[in-house]
Each structure stands twice: as structure tokens, then as C-alpha cells.
Design a protein around this ligand. Sequence first.
Ligand code: 1QQ
Length: 382
Amino acid sequence: MQSKTKKLLAALIAAGVLPAAHAADIKLGVAEALSGGAAQYGVSIRNGFQLAADEINAAGGINGDKIVLVIEDEQGKKEEAINVFKKLIFKDNVLMVFGPTLSNSAQAADPVAQAAKTVAFGTSNTADGITSIGNYVFRNSVTEADVLPATISTVKAKTGLKNVAVLYGNDDVFTKSGYDNFKKALEDQKIPVTTTETFAKGDVDFKAQLTKIKGTNPDAIVLSALLAEGAPIMVQARQLGLNVPVIGGNGMNSVKIFDLAPGGASNNLWIGSPWSIENKAPENTKFIDAYKAKFNGSPDQFAAQSYDAMYIVAQALKNTKRTGELPKDRAALRDALPAVTWTGATGPFKFRQANDRAGKPAGYDADQAPIVSVTKDGKYVI
Ligand code: 1QQ
């Protein structure tokens, strides 16, 4: 194109006369919780996507085509996740959808994408059964089933714990699945449970459960919670003098815990994750530096996973021929994804085929091993 014409086009786009998108732009949907309690995760996730998409575009995009993100707030609610998935898939005609933030929402919204033969790619869904929804469902988040046995065995080896009390949210797909997997890991590793207590989403006072737990004198508390409830649980446990290790799942793995449970209340929290801010691998250092420069704060596991997920999809897109026919292009992306391998902020990554309930091949899980760390004075220490 002549540079005069280019300048004119740019001026028309800047003035809003012409839309910025052109035929070759690649529209990807992002459906995350940007408001409500789950925004503790969703905002980091969105940041990770934006950072990676900007980097990919600055480096020439996908064989010259730009990635354009269509970002929607699903509020951490399953009904909203369904609405947003429908908008992105049927109105915005995105090539695929990233999200939603919570497994609770994914279980409700992913069937919409599966039925529309559009990839739903979760970067933070860790409950059992998500990828059994179908062959268009992918995730790079390491499941509770993979993380919790390693977390328990590490804490057992390092602290010599003999028994634990269990506390979990019984009305959320993720916290319930975390409980199921904790229970199984504790049985497998022959660790007795002194008591099992529950709470519900939105609860703010956990003193009754924690007092009961304290009465059983456990060596540690196993906690399956999201931050909105998990952080006040840690604060109230420490107030009651329960200073034993707390063993959490993916929901407790965020630097936000240091603000939400201040003054040492967050100390002695054990979690497992493939990602650590202390990992000095060059891919991770580059990610952490770029994130800090762009967002003026430290990244967490959730930002690292969405950042890597964007690069994983970019690799698949580089290996597919887009025709402009949406159903064909959506199917081609799905078919290209399983073979992608990528070394990013979370280290080397590949997919592992998951099965549906009848044992038939369905979607794809992350094939990555967790590293266990413990919080100490505002840091995760390995
Ligand atoms: C899930 C989770 C949460 C911690 C997401 C942020 O792992 O809901 O599956």
C-alpha cells in the first residue's frame, strides 16, 4: 500500500470513521470474572492475556495477522458465563473463547462452546470433569487431582504431620472437587482426619467451624476454598490461636493472600503449582519483568497461566490455514491445539488427553507437575 493511502486509512481509523479491525484480524474471546469476589483471579488472568497478545502482535502477529481480544466480564457467576459465551460465540463470531474463571462457571458455560464446535480454553479451571465435557474443551491449569496429592505428601515429609482437620466450601464445583481430591489423597497416604467442616459462598464468620477444628488439635488444616472465603478463614484461624500449617489448593495460590490476610496471618500456607515467582528460568523472568512494567504490580500463577495459554494458541494458529469460514477455522484450531508444546512462564507444557464419563476421548488437560511452596513473611518459599 502507498504510504499516503496508509496514512489516510490510519487517520480514518483514528477518527472512528473506519473500524480498526480488518478481514485478517483474529478475534479471540476472553470471558473472565472482572468484578465480584472471583475478580481476585480474573483481573490477573485478563492481564496475562493482554500482555501476551501485545507481545505477539508486536512481533508480527500470526504470520502477519493481528490478534484482537474481545473481553467480557462474566462476574464469576455461571448464568453470566453462559450469557457471555453466547455473545462471544454467536454475536461477536470469535474464533475461540478463553475462560471462564471458575470451574463452577465452566461446568455451565463450556457445553455452549462444545455444542457450537468452538474451543473453550480454561486457564484457571482445576475441578474434576471439566474437560470431560467434550473435545473442544482445553485447559492449561493443573487440576486439583494432580496438585493435591503432591502438596499433601510434601507437607507430610517436611512437617511430619500425623493428622489433619478438613474445611471446605460445599456449594462450588472447584471447592467441592478440591475436597474430593484431598479426601482421596489423605486416604491414599493414610493420614487420619480429625474432623470435616464446611462453609458456603459468601460466609464471613468461620469461628464456629474453626473452634471445632481447634478442639480436635490437628497437626494441619486442609482447606479447599476460594480467596473470598479462604483469606478470612486464615485470619480467623490465627486469631483463635490455630497457627498450624494450612494446606490449600489452586484457590489459595495468589499473592493477594498477603493483602487479604495481613500481619502474618497468611504465614504457613502450603500450595502446589507449576509456577513460582522465584523460578529464574529466562521465560519466566521475561514474563515477570514485562508484567511488572505493564501493570505496576507482581503477577501470580493465574496471570502466568493465561500468558502461556495465549502463546499456546498462537502456536496452534501459526500451524493452521485460516479460510475465513468460521466453522472450518474453529475446527482447524481445535485440531491443531493438542500437538502444541510450549515452554513459557510455567515451564515446559504439553496437553494430556482427558476422557468423558463413558471413558471415550474428550478434551485436554495440562500435563505439568506442581512444585510445592510455603508462605513466609509475604513470600512463597520453595
Ligand atoms: C477453579 C479454580 C479457581 C481457583 C479459579 C480461579 O481453580 O474454579 O477451578
